[in-house]
Structure formats: C-alpha cells, structure tokens
Design a binder for this molecule. Sequence first.
Ligand SMILES: *Cc1c(COP(=O)(O)O)cnc(C)c1O
Length: 459
Amino acid sequence: MNKTNPEIPYKILLSEAELPTQWYNVRADMKNKPAPLLHPETHKPMTFDELRNVFCDELTKQELDDTNPYIDIPDEIRSFYRMYRPAPLVRAYFLEKALGTPARIYYKFEGNNTSGSHKLNSAIAQAYYAKKQGLKGVATETGAGQWGTALSMACAYFDLICQVFMVKVSYEQKPFRREVMRTFGASVTPSPSDKTAVGRRILADHPGTGGSLGCAISEAVEAAMGQEGFRYVLGSVLNQVLLHQSIIGLETKIGLEKYGEKADVVIGCAGGGSNLGGLISPFMGEKLRGEADYRFIAVEPASCPSLTRGVYAYDYCDTGMVCPLSKMYTLGSSFMPSANHSGGLRYHGMNSVLSQLYADGLMEATSVEQTKVFEAAQFFARCEGTLPAPESAHAIRAAIDEAVRCRETGKAETIVFGLTGTGYFDMFAYQKFNDNAMTDYIPTDADLAGSLAKLPKIG
Ligand SMILES: *Cc1c(COP(=O)(O)O)cnc(C)c1O
C-alpha cells in the first residue's frame, strides 16, 4: 500500500466544496489542434453563425474554443451536479485480490444517478444553456438509451421540451428505458421514423432496418432545425461534450492527489469518446505540458473498431449526411455495426480531439470482443458488487488485462479506469451471455472497405 497514506479507503469521496468550479479544455494545451468542422456542402470550416443554427450560442462557442484552458461551470449547473457529484473513486481491493496482482486499481464510478451513466454531466449543461437562451426545447437521438434518459432528466429540471429519436432495435429491446424518459416528460420516437424526410428516405432504402445512431442523429437534426425555438443536442462525439465530461477527470485527479497516488495507466471505453476524453483530459494536459507522463488506453469493441481499424479522414457524423464533416478516425458513416453486437459503443467515428491525440501517438487504443467483455463484466460484478454497463465493461476488460500484465512482470502500477455506468437495462445482453448464446462479430476488411470507399472526397 501507499507509503504516505497507509489507509487508502475503499471509496475516495470528495466533499461538495471540492467539486471543481471550472471545466478543463484540453484543446488549449494541444500543439496540433483538432481539425475544424466543415460545412457538408461547401467543405469550408463551419463558422459561428452557421453552427448557431444547430446548437445554442454558448455551446457553439465552446465547440469552437481551442484556446481557453478553463471554462467556468455556471452555478446552476454546479448546484445540479451536487445532487449526484462528486462521484466516488473506488479502490478495487476485491478485484486486485481476485487477480492476485500487485497493481493498485481504481475506478471512477459514474453510475450514481437515475440515467445510470456519465451522460448527465453534459445533459444538464446543454439543457441549461438552451434554457438561458430562451429556447423552447431540444431534439436528440439515443442509442442504448442512457443519453435520452439523461437529457430527459435535465429538460425536466429546466422545463424544456425534450424530443428523443431512439434507435429502433433499442426502442424495442429496452421498453423500460423508454418509460423512464417518458416519466421525465420526454417524447420518444423509434428511428428511422416517418416523421422526418431523412427517416422516410432511410426507410425506403433499408426497409425493416433496426436503425443506427447515425440515422437517429440525422432525424433529430432535421426535427430541431424544422421547429422554431428548438436546437439539436448530442450526448457524445462533440468537443463541447468532452469539455463537460472533464469533470470526471478533474475529480479523479483531486481524489488521487488526496491519497498521494499517481496514475500510471488511465483507461476508458470509447464510443464517441466523451467519457474517455473527459477522464483523461486533465492528465493529458500534464503530459502535453511536459509535467508528467501517463499511458492512456481507449478501449473499443472489435465489432466497431474506429480507432484501431478505421482511417483518419473527414467524414459525415451521421448517416443522412446533413451534419458538418468532422476529421476523425472513422469506419465510414454508412458502416452499420452488426445487430449481433449488444455491448453499446456502436458509433462509426470518434471525437476529433481524441482522434488527433491518437494520430500524434499520445494515446493507445485496443479493441475487444464482446464475449471477453462480458466475461470481464461478470468477474467484476462478482468481485466488486456493481453490475456494470456493457460499455463500461470494455474498460474493465482492459484494466484486468493490464493488472494481469502487472502480475506477470511484478510491477506495482496504478491503474485507473472509468466505470461509466450500470447495466440494469442491458439484461437481454447479460441473458445471452449467461445462456452461452453470445457470439462475436468482427467485420472483415472487405466489410470495412465498403463503407470506407464512400468517404467524402475533401480538398
Ligand atoms: C454512452 C455511453 C458510453 C459511450 O459514450 P462515450 O461518448 O464514448 O463516452 C459509455 N458508457 C456508458 C455507460 C454510456 O452510456
């Protein structure tokens, strides 16, 4: 155990007074800035005036801000955070013991709120800025349902209309998620739907499709743009979301410092990149400024491997190609992950900040198969008593693998990972795993070549 603090508790809890007062914007410390968003038709960088038709003004500012390292968290948001934050940083003593590893393992648990994930950290910020601008409501998409739930909670708090387009397979598989959203006052539409032109087009092209995040994004954008006083909001991928999620990393850093710990490896699952980006941001800032060194590991599903098998190029963020183009690691916006994959993280691209950091060799990435992910989830649940979200279990898988490496090399490293949420609404997937009916899907090179061939030609 640590010399300076022999008694590291199971849960490192910060007081409410220690809750950060500012978010940290890692872009300010990056030498190579992420590439700008481009207009989908002109291919010119999106201006503030163009983006503010889609996002509310303050969020547009944050989206474009590559220079200010710290951004004040408004009091209204901070007081909402105090209902469920600071989030615990847990020392995984039982997991360490079960693995027989000399490594010290910590996880930052973001599942302590009704939405069951970190998504609420950004939902409340986005709802706040929309309200402050005097808007009537917001439209969004949700895949597994955590984001839609988080946003419906935030909109109920600020009395905003909340319209959610939910990926159809998920809408059908997770009826209780839908009811949570409706309880908080949101309207929920399965996507693709016939409510939007783009939805009707996708339905005509792919009859019977279960939908995808990319389709639902296109529908939500169209719905938001078509209604007076509405804006579109997104729960991942964007730089503004990564900024709000920096609260995770900032708290983690304070918690570790309190106990004289220094992380060697920081691990997060990566869908669109927001929890990972938020968790690593303050640590990455130190690395970028030359103050400390860390290893960072992004963990993605083998069935949707944007960092490990995608290309770094401009691509559409949505299937309908109505959103701005982002330079990112992508599998192509027409890539449809297999319906067989139930572990979340099914987005074709990756946040542009993380993409640039990865391209610059400042972060590692690995991909894991879903049966391995659920083995880790089950092992973790039995050791630590928390039922993890399948998404989070990708990070658990990598943390266990790192801890086993430490056992084999005799290195007592400090491993920190993000436990982004709980898995109570994912029991279909757990059931499949428990019944030994879960299989792995790994796209072939030919599968990927098909969607990559459709990347837009830029410049
Ligand atoms: C949405 C979600 C993720 C993935 O999204 P990121 O933007 O990559 O963080 C991971 N875990 C949980 C529990 C989620 O709800």
